[in-house]
Design a protein around this ligand. Structure first.
Ligand SMILES: Nc1ncnc2c1ncn2[C@@H]1O[C@H](COP(=O)(O)OP(=O)(O)O)[C@@H](O)[C@H]1O
Ligand SMILES: [Mg+2]
Length: 584
């Protein structure tokens, strides 16, 4: 995923991850103690071989013969307990870290500016929230477990080996630098592959969301084969990268084991030399070899942990990149109660992308409280952009917009947005009851009477009443269980209940048929009453009644006036009127 945030190096990532673990330090300490105990029991197991052989088989010491089974059982009880506390403790921390990271990401997602969403797809973001977070926590847990417990086990076993014979242990130790070099070389590759895998997971989820959301389009356009091919491509890529990682893992393991076994063979060869055989008892030798074999398992995990760790690091990078995105600018400090609804645009210039041309040029107009300003113009002329600037979805390039004479940049974002209701062509309903959709966003409790009143004023009550479950009817994801006109009226009821002094209607009736539109027209008029309305309309009657009509072309205002004034002028508006509205 492209991002302008600088990628952190591994050390910074570890450190940052650690801040998430810090609140759970007590559980972490407990787990570490448990790991130390576990490592000690491993060495104890190898150590037990010496008295077992020397004492019972060689010297036939009856006390030791009787004690050894007891030792063995106690050792495994301690080992089991330590294992439980390690697994539970680390698991508990991991689940908490996952939860906290998800909360933080969610908090970030709801405060990110519109421009961020213009540039990122929802599939990639979902994949971060679901896949990457799990991966970080799993990798971290496994890594900690291996790095601490297995390292300690290795150290404890080595210590025992040195205690038995320094010379033999030295040979084993000689293989360590060799293994380290290989492990180091592999890390870079693992990390690179993990990053690609994450991105391809994002692609898989991106394409899936698209065909889920657009299932009707896929069917009507017969695009199944096309989508399958598209999906197959990313799916294949995902598999290929996974296989590359798997292959790297699969090669690295036997190589490391081979090096270890060569060391082991040298040890066996040396230990069986006559001068050595005299210095070492059979029990000591077996105990040494046992320790050496016992080292293999944690050592193997130690080499495998790298792949996981690098995956975790790449995932952490992806998560922190999201967390480091700048939230919407909200530096305004001026508070505002209910606005009167005076809006003024002064020489507003705007561009979505500095590299591309201006989308709006020198836009100036005023709306007095309660007035209706209508915007007309060809599609792409900048109408939607113009009205979306009022809610500060984007920041102006230059010029200023004021509400009740206050620059909107100086207002607190919540106070600014509280002044307006937005109804546009694409109604967003939440998968909840009709009542909750109408009352959406209300901090205070809204009574059923209020909701019904809003529904009635929005001409929505007729159909709501006829539904078997009335207001409690669930609307389905994005309101799919309702018709376009019904959704529109729910949105209008929502805006009515919100009762904001400024209303923005962006082609609110564009997707409706004439019959539905007639219903909604009355609802809209109820909504526009006593509010300052910026309306982008397809419907002639709304425009005719507007106090001022602004004609847009290529980001500029080319004409303003009332309906009759503009018709009289006989220029752009008259032309548009003839083309767009007359035949209706
Ligand atoms: N989110 C966006 N990012 C980049 N460019 C955009 C975005 N939205 C609209 N545009 C561009 O800005 C111009 C004006 O679009 P818009 O305001 O939607 O026009 P209208 O509502 O009049 O059809 C168009 O050229 C469009 O391609
Ligand atoms: Mg538009």
């Amino acid at each position: 995923m492209s991002s302008n945030v600088q990628t952190m190096n591994a050390k910074q990532l570890y450190r940052r991850l650690l801040t998430y673990v810090r609140p759970y330090w007590f559980a972490f300490m407990a787990a570490i103690i448990a790991m130390v105990v576990y490592a000690a029991t491993e060495a104890g197991l190898a150590a037990l071989m010496k008295p077992l052989l020397d004492g019972s088989f060689v010297e036939k010491d009856s006390d030791i013969i009787r004690l050894i089974p007891l030792f063995l059982i106690s050792l495994f009880i301690v080992r089991g307990t330590a294992n439980f506390f390690t697994t539970y403790g680390l698991g508990w921390i991991a689940r908490n870290v996952i939860m906290n990271l998800r909360t933080e990401m969610f908090e970030r997602l709801i405060t990110l500016p519109s421009s961020f969403y213009d540039q990122h797809n929802s599939g990639q973001l979902m994949s971060k929230l679901i896949y990457d977070v799990e991966q970080v926590a799993n990798a971290a847990t496994d890594a900690i477990l291996t790095l601490i417990r297995d390292s300690l086990t290795i150290v404890a076993l080595l210590a025992w080996m040195i205690y038995i014979s320094g010379t033999l242990a030295l040979i084993i130790l000689l293989t360590v630098p060799l293994i380290s070099i290989i492990v180091f070389k592999l890390s870079t590759r693992f990390r690179k592959l993990s990053k690609i895998i994450q991105d391809s997971m994002g692609d898989v989820s991106h394409i899936s969301t698209e065909i889920i959301d657009g299932q009707r389009e896929v069917k009507t356009f017969g695009a199944q084969t096309y989508e399958l091919k598209r999906f197959d491509k990313v799916n294949q890529r995902n598999r290929r990268q996974r296989m590359k990682k798997l292959a790297t893992e699969a090669i690295s393991q036997p190589i490391i084991q081979l090096i270890t076994v060569i060391g082991l063979s040298v040890v066996i060869y040396l230990a069986t030399l006559p001068e050595m055989l005299e210095a070492i008892t059979p029990g000591s030798f077996i105990s040494f070899v046992t320790a050496m074999f016992m080292i293999l398992t944690p050592l193997k995990r130690l080499t495998k942990v790298n792949a996981k760790l690098q995956g975790g690091i790449a995932a952490a990078d992806s998560i922190f990149t999201l967390l480091d995105q700048k939230p919407e600018l909200d530096e305004g400090t001026t508070t505002m109660g209910r606005a009167r609804g005076e809006i003024s645009y002064k020489q507003v210039n705007f561009t979505y992308d500095a590299d591309k041309g201006r989308v709006l040029e020198e836009i100036s107009f005023d709306a007095k409280p309660g007035q209706t300003i209508a915007f007309v113009g060809h599609s792409g002329s900048g109408k939607t952009t113009l009205v979306s600037l009022l809610a500060r979805f984007y920041n102006l390039s230059s010029g200023q917009i004021t509400v009740d004479g206050i620059n909107i940049n100086e207002l607190k974002l919540t106070d600014l947005r509280r002044q307006m209701s937005l109804v546009n062509q694409q109604i967003v309903l939440f998968n909840d009851s009709i009542a909750n959709n109408i009352a959406y966003g209300h901090a205070k409790h809204v009574s059923n009477e209020q909701i019904i009143a809003a529904a009635k004023a929005a001409h929505a009550w007729d159909f709501i009443e006829r539904l078997p479950e009335g207001l409690a009817t669930k609307v389905g994801q994005n309101g799919v269980l309702l018709s376009g006109g019904q959704r529109q009226r729910i949105a209008i009821a929502r805006a009515l209940l919100r009762d904001a002094p400024i209303l923005i209607l962006d082609e609110a009736t564009a997707s409706l048929d004439t019959e539905a539109e007639r219903h909604i027209q009355a609802a809209l008029e109820a909504l526009m009453k006593k509010r300052t309305t910026l309306v982008i309309a397809h419907r002639l009657s709304t425009i005719e009644k507007a106090d001022q009509i602004i004609v847009m072309h290529a980001g500029q205002i080319i004409e303003t006036g009332t309906h009759s004034e503009l018709l009289e002028k006989g220029q752009h508006y008259a032309e548009l009127y003839r083309l767009q509205f007359q035949e209706k």
